[in-house]
Design a protein around this ligand. Structure first.
Ligand code: NAP
Ligand code: ZN
Length: 350
């Protein structure tokens, strides 16, 4: 199938229209017309090769919602017209212990990323959701519940699941004391999801500029990380802190905020962090951890929870032609709180 997307041709060039082929349907494939795609900070990192493993052309996008337009002969779960979604992963080995446990994101044989990955059969580079169409094996296609507004649901597929998974892993529920570092795309979903689970949520931000937003999103408080007195007063007051900072940083100031046995989980920066001390780890039996996205069943669980609890991201809709400007704004943390591309704006031809 011929389709069109926006691609980076090198780490230095802006995204521009790019015509390419989607594969012929395999028996277990679903063909999807993409209606909306969220803009994740990981898209920016990979377009610019911040992580050092980008291959070009690179078509970003892993917060995909759309409608089924075709199915392979063996597909049983979906039919034409169904509202569906695709997140950050499109394949895995399906036979290791992690895949069997529904933790495909931890596949021992390397999960296939939605873009900047390698198709397991042909070895071809995968292209993501900044495009009109995508073809994905049915096991990696999610069902979008009717109650979710398609135009707003896209960011759930990465920002939603990436914050939902640690909240579930660490057993967050009513009364849990949760800190969220960085109020951006991931951060604002962490606030909404933890709040909907009954937790007591505090946003930890570089200034108080987002305080009103934080409270409106469901947080009880905003703690300014640049204020040493406020940070000292908040010592030992969290059960779980989710760190969404997208760049290299120092976790040392945040560790004492954890209560005994509590965990700071990094979901943002991929790569080195600044030198830190084991002192708060040992003295409080505190933990420093990390977490990548989530599994397929867990993603469906999150979508169903959001439909039931009416949790939806705060989206700013853009045309695909605005994507490079959106990247610049995202770099300045000037987004409240997720850009979503309306794929109706995608040109018919290059
Ligand atoms: P985003 O929308 O740009 O939000 C990041 C937030 O971090 C900003 O709003 C800002 O919040 C804070 N921040 C930005 N620059 C900072 C700096 N220099 N120092 C301290 N804080 C800073 O990004 P996002 O889409 O939420 O993604 C966040 C990170 O998560 C990215 O690195 C992305 O690649 C990664 N990610 C990881 C996974 C995973 O599987 N673990 C999945 C998706 C994304 P304040 O203004 O409130 O300080
Ligand atoms: Zn993402």
């Amino acid at each position: 199938m011929q389709t069109i997307g926006y691609a980076a041709q090198t780490a230095e060039t802006p995204l521009a229209p790019f015509a390419f082929e989607r594969r012929e349907l395999r028996p277990n494939d679903v063909a999807i017309e993409i209606l909306y795609c969220g803009v994740c900070h990981s898209d920016l990192h990979q377009a610019r090769n911040d992580w050092g493993f980008s291959t070009y052309p690179l078509v970003p996008g892993h917060e995909i919602v759309g409608r089924v337009i075709g199915t392979g002969a063996d597909v049983t779960r979906y039919k034409q017209g169904d509202k569906v979604a695709v997140g950050c992963i499109v394949d895995s080995c399906q036979h290791c212990d992690q895949c069997h446990a529904g933790e495909e994101q931890l596949c021992r044989n390397v999960v296939t990323q939605t873009y900047n990955g390698q198709d397991r059969i042909t070895g071809e580079t995968t292209y993501g959701g900044y495009s009109r169409h995508i073809v994905v094996r049915e096991e990696f296609v999610l069902s979008v519940p009717d109650a979710l507004d398609l135009a707003k649901a896209a960011p759930l597929l990465c920002a939603g699941i990436t914050t939902w998974s640690p909240l579930r892993t660490w057993g967050v529920g009513p009364g849990s004391r949760i800190g969220v570092i960085g109020l951006g795309g991931l951060g604002h979903m962490a606030v909404k999801l933890a709040h909907a689970m009954g937790a007591h949520v505090t946003v930890i931000s570089r200034s108080d500029a987002k305080k009103d937003d934080a409270l409106a999103l469901g947080a009880e408080a905003l703690l300014v990380s640049a204020d040493p007195d406020a940070m000292a007063a908040a010592a030992s007051s969290f059960d779980l802190i989710i760190d969404t900072i997208p760049v290299r940083h120092d976790v040392t100031p945040y560790m004492p905020l954890l209560d005994i046995d509590a965990t700071l989980v990094i979901v943002g920066q991929l790569g080195p962090i600044d030198e830190t001390s084991t002192l708060p780890l040992l003295m409080g039996r505190r933990r420093l951890s990390g977490s990548p996205i989530g599994g397929i069943a867990e993603t469906q669980e999150m979508l169903d929870f959001c439909a039931r609890m009416n949790v939806l991201p705060d989206c700013e809709m853009i045309a695909i032609q605005d994507i490079n400007h959106a990247f610049e704004r995202m770099e300045r943390a000037d987004v409240r709180y997720r850009f979503v591309i309306d794929m109706a704006s995608m040109p018919e031809a290059v």
